[in-house]
Design a binder for this molecule. Structure first.
Ligand SMILES: C[S@@+](CC[C@H](N)C(=O)[O-])C[C@H]1O[C@@H](n2cnc3c(N)ncnc32)[C@H](O)[C@@H]1O
Length: 363
C-alpha cells in the first residue's frame, strides 16, 4: 500500500524548541523547488560550495516505510515533458548561447527528434535550468560537485561543460560504494558498483582545494617504511636536495586523495525495512553517507564558508557542514524531507534550524 503524503507532515505542531539553540543566522532550510529558491532567495555569487545529489533519471519512485506495509512516497524519478520543462527552458533563454547548446543536447538525447518528447530530454531540461541557477549562486572562488551515476552522467558532464566551461572542470570522481547486491546484481551486464561526482570550479585555479589524505595500506607501510630507529619509530629514506633524509611514518599524512574513492561504504537498505547496524541510517531513500559529504566539504571549503545543497533529501550535507563549522543552506521540494532535516539537526547537532517556505496550510 502506498500513501501519498504531502501536507499532513507539515500540519503537525512544530516541536518544542526551548532546549535547542538556533543555528547560525546565515544557515537555514528552504522548502521548495531549488530553481525558485536559488533565483529568489540566494544572493548571486554568495555560495562557496554546492553539492547536489538530484534524482538520477532512475525511472523509479522512492518511498519511505511508515510501519507495517504502509509507505509514504517521497520523490519520483520518472520524467515527462510538462510545464516545468517549458519554464526551465524559458529560464535558460536568458543566456542565448547556453540555450542553443542545451537544445542541441536535448535533440541528441531524443535521438534527433525535437525536444518535448522523451523522459531523458525532460530530465535534462529540468537539470540544465537548476545547474545554471547553481552557477549564478556560486562565488568566483567556489566549486560545485554534481553527484550522479552512469545512467545520465555522460549527458550531465556535457551540460556541466556548457554551464561552467570545460576549462573549469576539476575532476570526475568515481565513488565505489561497496558490495553490490539485490537488483544491482541482476541483468546481463557487469554489476553496478559506483556513482560519479562531477566537480567544477567557478574559475579553475581560483577555487579552494585543501588536499586530503587517506591512510597508507598495510602493504605500502611494509614495502616503504621498512626501517626502525632506536626509539622504535618506522621511517623511510628519501633524497632531498642531494641529502638522504628520514620520513617518519607517524609524521606522514598518508596517500594524497585520488579520484577513485573506495573507502566509504553506502548505507544499506532503509532503516525499518532491513535490519541495519548503521546508526546514521534515517531510512530516507538515497541517503548518502556522512563521510562522503565530510570529505567533499573539507576538500573544497574552509570553516565559515557557505555550503549549499539544493536537493538536500534528509540533510546529509547540512549535518556535515554544521559539524565542520561551515554555514549551510539545504533546499528540498518535499515537506517530509525538510521535516526530517530539521529533526536531524536538532537531534544530532543540537541546533534549531531556520525553515523558510514550509506550507502550513493548503493556501
Ligand atoms: C537523491 S535525493 C538526495 C539525498 C541526499 N543527498 C541525502 O543524503 O539524503 C534527491 C532529493 O531531491 C529532492 N528534489 C527533487 N527535485 C527537487 C527540486 N526541484 N528542488 C529541490 N529538491 C528537489 C527530492 O525530494 C529528494 O529528496
Amino acid at each position: 500500500m502506498t500513501i501519498y503524503l504531502f501536507f499532513p507532515v507539515c500540519l503537525k505542531a512544530p516541536p518544542p524548541r526551548t532546549h535547542v539553540p538556533p543555528a547560525d543566522p546565515d544557515s537555514g532550510l528552504y522548502y521548495g523547488d531549488c530553481l525558485r529558491v536559488l533565483t529568489r532567495e540566494i544572493a548571486p555569487g554568495s555560495v562557496d560550495l554546492i553539492y547536489l545529489d538530484p534524482p538520477f533519471n532512475s525511472k523509479r519512485d522512492y518511498n519511505i516505510p511508515l510501519g507495517g506495509k504502509a509507505q509514504a512516497s517521497v520523490f519520483q524519478d520518472t520524467w515527462v515533458w510538462s510545464q516545468t520543462q517549458e519554464e526551465s527552458m524559458e529560464f535558460l533563454a536568458r543566456e542565448p548561447v547556453l540555450f542553443q547548446q542545451v537544445q542541441l543536447l536535448l535533440k541528441f538525447a531524443g535521438g534527433g527528434h525535437v525536444a518535448g518528447g522523451g523522459g531523458l530530454e525532460a530530465y535534462l531540461a529540468y537539470m540544465a535550468a537548476r545547474l545554471f541557477a547553481c552557477r549564478l549562486a556560486l562565488k568566483e572562488t567556489g566549486s560545485i560537485y554534481l553527484h550522479c551515476d552512469p545512467t545520465a552522467g555522460h549527458y550531465l558532464k556535457l551540460l556541466m561543460d556548457a554551464i561552467f566551461g570545460g576549462k573549469n572542470f576539476i575532476s570526475q570522481i568515481v565513488w565505489n560504494y561497496g558490495t553490490p547486491s539485490g537488483g544491482r546484481a541482476s541483468g546481463k551486464k557487469p554489476v553496478k558498483s559506483h556513482e560519479l561526482l562531477l566537480a567544477y570550479a567557478s574559475r579553475y585555479g581560483k577555487h579552494t582545494y585543501n588536499r586530503q589524505y587517506t591512510p597508507y595500506s598495510e602493504k605500502y607501510v611494509n614495502d616503504w617504511f621498512r626501517h626502525t630507529d632506536e626509539d622504535g619509530r618506522n621511517y623511510r629514506t628519501r633524497s632531498r636536495n642531494g641529502r638522504i633524509v628520514r620520513q617518519y611514518l607517524d609524521e606522514s599524512p598518508g596517500v594524497p586523495l585520488s579520484n577513485t574513492w573506495t573507502d566509504i561504504m553506502q548505507l544499506y537498505g532503509s532503516a525499518g525495512w532491513f535490519p541495519t547496524t548503521q546508526k546514521e541510517n534515517l531510512g530516507y531513500p538515497t541517503q548518502k553517507p556522512l563521510a562522503l559529504l565530510e570529505r567533499i566539504i573539507k576538500a573544497s571549503s574552509n570553516p565559515g564558508d557557505l555550503v549549499l545543497d539544493p536537493f538536500c533529501g534528509c540533510g546529509t550535507a547540512v549535518e556535515a557542514a554544521q559539524k565542520l563549522g561551515r554555514r549551510w543552506i539545504g533546499i528540498d521540494v518535499e515537506p517530509l524531507a525538510v521535516d526530517l532535516m530539521a529533526r536531524r539537526l536538532r537531534e544530532r547537532c543540537g541546533i534549531s534550524p531556520r525553515i523558510s517556505g514550509i506550507p502550513y496550510d493548503f493556501d
